[in-house]
Ligand binder design. Sequence first.
Ligand code: SF4
Length: 182
Amino acid sequence: MSKPVIATASLAGCFGCHMSILDIDERILQLVELVEFNKSPVDDIKTITKPVDVGLIEGGCCNSENVEVLRSFRKNCKVLISLGECAIMGGLPAMRNGIPIRECLEEAYYRSPTIDPSDARIMPNDEDLPIILDKVYPNHEIVPVDYYLPGCPPSADLIWKALVALLEGKPLDLSYGLLKFD
Ligand code: SF4
């Protein structure tokens, strides 16, 4: 019997949530027995090559490329999990949401310290660069999301329990200790 397929991807995040996946330590050997990994920074497979049963996505959407990657990922995943606060509510990158985008860009490119001896202040505008969005969007505002695993990052135990429950078709019975973060 073929194993369930898992994929992971990162948008506007710091890869801390992916580090937390790796933090399941030796259980990763069990995971490899239980599932087949497809596209993921964990195995460095760059593109989805078959239908995915469970997709985990880290980070929210701060630019047009994030939106494109998220929509394509959603299309290929039967179940989509928003992994961590950036995916669920924008997280740290969303701290810019209260500031007009022009002001953010001017602060970053015109007013911040530079090591460029010419002190040229240039706003990047190459056509190959993804277009920055007016604000950082949580993923469920762009595509339907099935589950949310909170935390910054979610703990390895939380990720492990949630994945095993999903793979075994059992309800997600997560204790308070796994969901509190102080
Ligand atoms: S939720 Fe935290 S750990 Fe995960 S990508 Fe965002 S900042 Fe990084």
